[in-house]
Every structure is written in C-alpha cells, then in structure tokens.
Design a protein around this ligand. Structure first.
Ligand code: HEC
Length: 197
C-alpha cells in the first residue's frame, strides 16, 4: 500500500512538472512567434545597402536634378541648400570672391554658378543656375537671389526663373517681373550682369 501511494505521488509530481513545462514552452514559443510575425523579415543585405545606395542616389540626383527641377521656389531652395549646397559650386572665372554690388542688390556680393551655368558662352544651357549672396556693407547676409534656366518658362526673356529669398529661405520675390526687366539690359549676354564668361 505504501509503495502504491509513493508511486501515485511520483506520477502526480511528474505529471504536474511536465504540464507546467509545457505551459512555459507555449508561452515562450508564442512570444517569439509574435515577435517574428510583427516585424517584417529583414534581409541583412538590405541594411548594409541602405547608406551607400542613398549616397549614390544623391550624387546621381544632383547631376540630373538641374534638368528635372521645376521653377518652384520651395524646390529650388531645397536644391541649393540641401541637395547641392550652392556655396560649394564654382564661380565665374571673371567674377570670383566677394565683390562690390549695386542697388537694388546688396553693397557686397558673391556669385556662385552650377556646372551648366559655367559653360562658356551664352545663352547658357537649360539647368543653368546662378546664386548670389547679397550682403550689406557690414558683410551681413541680407538676401539670396537666384536665376535658374528652365526650358519654356519665359521664352521672351531667356527662360530664366527669378527668385529672391531671405537668408532663412523665405520667398521675397518670385517670377520674371522686375528682375527680368532690369536684367534685360544685358539680354545680349543672356541677362547675366556680372560676367562675360
Ligand atoms: C534695377 C536692376 C536690377 C533688378 C531689379 C534686379 N537686378 Fe539682379 N543684378 C543687377 C545688377 C546690376 C547685378 C550685378 C551685380 C550687382 O551689382 O549686385 C545683378 C546681378 C544679379 C545676379 C548675379 C548674376 C548676374 O546676372 O550678374 C543674380 C542671380 C541676380 N542679379 C538676381 C536677381 C533677382 C532674382 C532679381 C529680382 C528679385 C534681380 N536680380 C533684380 C541688377 C538688377
């Protein structure tokens, strides 16, 4: 009788342990299942590709971007400040560095030109962009003026799109308007005042 009791007890203990283990297994199993289900399968290759791909895109984009960018003040601002920061561009060989300016622009200025804009001769090709930092006599940046050649934008005045920003990127003047009217004094040189390049 004693043996039987011990046997029954043992069975009970084993049984319970097995049952309890089963339960915890279930829990951990279902937890890891949940986790793997909620996250999409990650391909380790994808991650390692992320960075170089982005960089490569940026580079090829900034090359072809000149051509794709619309005459749009927000897009142009993003382009000249983020995609291809204009102060890293070249300058007209006959108008380098800080120069004295005339009204209505600042007392001092520095002019930056993208690759298309630096093509020798006029008219400049589509995508040409000229950006001018306008400073007061204390060399404080006051305005950023841009001319950007967009095919079909304004054929009667060299297809230039004109825009003036505050140093923070607020649009102050946009369109051909007075910009094109005054610059048309140099219509024979594709509306570019500062350079004969
Ligand atoms: C009353 C005449 C006048 C008006 C209006 C004018 N500009 Fe100019 N712009 C000039 C002169 C003169 C220069 C030569 C540099 C200087 O003196 O600052 C110049 C130079 C520039 C340049 C450097 C490239 C170049 O053509 O030499 C840019 C870019 C420019 N202006 C953009 C603009 C924009 C944008 C507007 C309109 C918001 C505008 N300008 C309105 C007279 C004018």
């Amino acid at each position: 009788m004693k043996h039987l009791t011990i046997a029954v007890l043992l069975v009970a203990v084993f049984g319970f342990t097995a049952f309890a283990m089963d339960k915890t297994m279930d829990k951990t199993m279902s937890k890891s299942m949940d986790e793997s289900m909620s996250k999409p399968m990650e391909n380790p290759m994808d991650k390692s590709m992320d960075k170089p791909m982005d960089k490569a895109m940026d580079k090829s984009m900034s090359k072809s971007m000149d051509m794709m960018l619309k005459a749009d003040s927000a897009a142009v601002w993003k382009y000249i400040t983020e995609v291809s920061p204009y102060r890293e561009w070249g300058q007209f060989p006959d108008h380098m560095g800080m120069r004295k300016g005339k009204s209505p622009h600042g007392a001092l200025h520095e002019v930056y030109v993208n690759g298309a804009g630096l093509t020798k001769g006029t008219p400049k090709p589509e995508g040409a962009m000229v950006v001018k930092d306008n400073f007061n006599s204390g060399e404080k940046l006051k305005f950023i003026t841009v001319m950007y050649k967009v095919k079909g934008y304004n054929p009667s005045a060299g297809d230039w799109y004109w825009v003036e920003y505050s140093p923070e990127g607020k649009v102050l003047v946009e369109g051909p308007g007075s910009c094109a009217r005054c610059h048309s004094k140099r219509a024979d040189h594709d509306y570019i005042m500062v350079s004969d390049h």
